[in-house]
Design a protein around this ligand. Structure first.
Ligand code: PLP
Length: 422
């Protein structure tokens, strides 16, 4: 694509955009009577207009039926999570029996690690990425401690080489090979939250399996952002949240994946009544009989309001599909990259994109180091009606979301960033 930094060009791209109409299905915060330039879909996605109606239906059914809503509601609460299964399976490239919507992300990471991290003999170590999202770091550290082990010895971090920002896949593979038969689990963010780097999950999974370890992924920044094929890649387990790219509202319900080959595993797990065999769940008898597949890791009955919001959002994703979203991401994030590079060149190369340049190694997000700049640059952007994300000391993270961001948004961002840099 030959990009041009002009309003005319941006509008011409928007006019050709097959997903253009979806922007109207979202609610944009306003700034001085205009929609903000919203580039934080990687942090909290915007609200689909249909969410109000989906939640309203459940409020109405609760008012009308009380407890009978479990069976009488239009979408009976008893099996509400099942109304999310098919779309979720398509979203992450899984079989329906391999996915379940439940709980929240960090809890799902813990539940799955209880099953898939069982240090035994010399096979005790976990490989993770350096500077993983703090919640993941705490989860890994405390899972290791739960087994009476010391994270300093049993958690192996792979980081960027000196002077580099992203992690080389060959370094991850070398670490897997090196740790070898001491490796129990590789647990990495599918897309790194800080740099936006997308990892080759298929290759990492194969390498982990080759040394006899499991591979699990935190997909918080990957679900709804990049095309996933969890089943074909052979990933053992994964978890993700629904409020970032998946636009399902603050703290909304999360997802989990367990590969078919573990559907009937006898490995330990933490159980609750919702994971128990549906036929006998209400007999309330002793003896846990898990449902085969991902549903068998459920603990509690469905949080219907957040699931309703998630259902509204998944309906949009299912209609559009990840292929169409990915096509637009290539062009839209490419345009943002072009504009940042142009601005950087005009300002002494002071903006350094640390996200990989290769499309195969990134999704929507670009992370930029603003050399020689501080928080005041970011504050000026905020004042100008741009919502992006600032990480101390000088990194700006931006993610144009293909469902609702336009080329004009990206162009307007460039103008405002240019003004802020003057
Ligand atoms: C956003 C995010 C989380 C947040 O965890 P919650 O349990 O949803 O609060 C955890 N891990 C990663 C990698 C994230 O990006």
């Amino acid at each position: 694509m030959n990009y041009i930094n002009s309003l005319e060009f941006a509008r011409a791209q928007d006019a050709q955009d097959k997903l253009r109409s979806y922007r109207d299905q979202f609610l944009f915060p306003q700034h001085n009577g205009e929609p903000v330039v919203y580039l934080t879909g990687n942090s909290l996605g915007l609200q689909p207009k249909t969410v109000r109606e989906y939640i309203g239906q459940e409020l109405d059914d609760w008012a009308k039926y009380g407890v009978e809503g479990h069976f009488q509601a239009k979408h009976p609460w008893f099996s509400y999570h099942e109304f999310l299964t098919e779309q979720t399976a398509r979203l992450v490239g899984a079989l329906p029996s391999e996915v379940v919507v439940m709980n929240q992300l960090t809890l799902n990471v813990h539940l799955l690690m209880i099953t898939f991290y069982r240090p035994e003999g010399k096979r005790t170590k976990i490989i993770c990425e350096q500077k993983a999202f703090p919640s993941d770091q705490y989860a890994l550290e405390t899972q290791i401690r739960l087994h009476g082990l010391n994270p300093d010895e049993h958690l192996v971090e792979v980081g960027p080489r000196a002077g580099e920002h992203t992690i080389r896949i060959e370094d991850i593979l070398a670490a897997i090979e090196r740790v070898g038969d001491e490796l129990a689990l590789v647990m990495i963010g599918g897309v790194n939250y800080f740099t936006g780097q997308l990892f080759d999950m298929s290759t990492i999974t194969k390498a982990a399996h080759q040394v006899g370890a499991f591979a699990g992924f935190d997909l918080a920044h990957a679900a709804g952002n990049v095309k996933l094929n969890l089943h074909d890649w052979g990933v053992d387990f994964a978890a993700w949240c629904s409020y970032k790219y998946l636009n399902s509202g603050p703290g909304s319900v999360a997802g989990a994946f367990v590969h078919e080959r573990h559907a009937n595993t006898t490995r330990p797990r933490l159980a609750g009544w919702w994971g128990h065999d549906k036929a006998t769940r209400f007999k309330m008898e002793k003896g846990f009989q898990p449902i085969a597949g991902a549903e068998g890791w459920q603990l509690s009955n469905a949080p219907v309001f957040s699931m309703a919001a998630h259902r509204a959002s998944l309906a949009i994703f299912d209609e559009v599909g990840m292929d169409a979203l990915n096509e637009k991401t290539t062009l839209l994030t490419g345009y943002l990259e072009f504009i940042i590079d142009e601005l950087s060149a005009a300002h002494g190369n002071s903006l350094e994109i640390i996200t990989p340049r290769a499309r195969a190694e990134r999704g929507c997000q670009l992370s930029v180091v603003a050399h020689g700049r501080g928080r005041s640059l970011f504050d000026a952007l905020t004042q100008a009606g741009v919502i992006a994300d600032w990480r101390e000391p000088n990194v700006i993270r931006m993610a144009p979301a293909p469902l609702y961001n336009s080329f004009e948004d990206v162009w307007r961002f460039g103008v405002k960033l240019g003004d802020a840099m003057k």
